[in-house]
Design a binder for this molecule. Structure first.
Ligand code: FE2
Ligand code: FE2
Length: 138
């Protein structure tokens, strides 16, 4: 338990970040139509942020002696812009729940650095969640 649980949640987080990084970048590529211009740019920018999150989690996992996964969780692509935004909103909600759990597990393991990493990335995910939600309301 303990440290294993911490390594496990870091790897789950990496898998998620890899997944949304690909999902958002492919949405950027696939978004078509007049209303897609603004949204497409947001997808691209967010995809790059998610890949940086994957790097940060992987760097931390490596430091703690774990082996970072290369396998993403299932990727949702295609459909209308609205469908893409709904898939992305759901992904952000899942990330928020997972990273809150990460904060808790890090605290239980007295790992302040990992806790801070989860907190910083959680803040980004809440921003993304807000962005996608606002776009859906337009
Ligand atoms: Fe992320
Ligand atoms: Fe995100």
């Amino acid at each position: 338990m303990g440290k294993d649980e911490l390594l496990e949640i870091l790897n789950q987080s990496i898998a998620r970040e890899l997944s949304v990084s690909i999902q958002y970048m492919w949405h950027h590529i696939m978004a078509k139509g007049i209303e897609s211009a603004e949204v497409s740019e947001i997808f691209e920018k967010t995809a790059i942020t998610e890949m940086k999150h994957a790097e940060e989690f992987a760097d931390r996992l490596d430091y703690l002696g774990g082996v970072p996964t290369t396998k993403p969780t299932p990727i949702m692509t295609g459909g209308s812009i609205e469908k893409m935004l709904q898939d992305n909103l759901k992904a952000e909600e899942e990330a928020i729940a997972l990273y809150k759990k990460g904060i808790k597990i890090s605290s239980e393991n007295d790992d302040t650095t990992t806790r801070r990493l989860f907190e910083e990335i959680l803040e980004d995910e809440e921003d993304h969640h807000n962005t996608f939600r606002t776009l859906l309301e337009k």
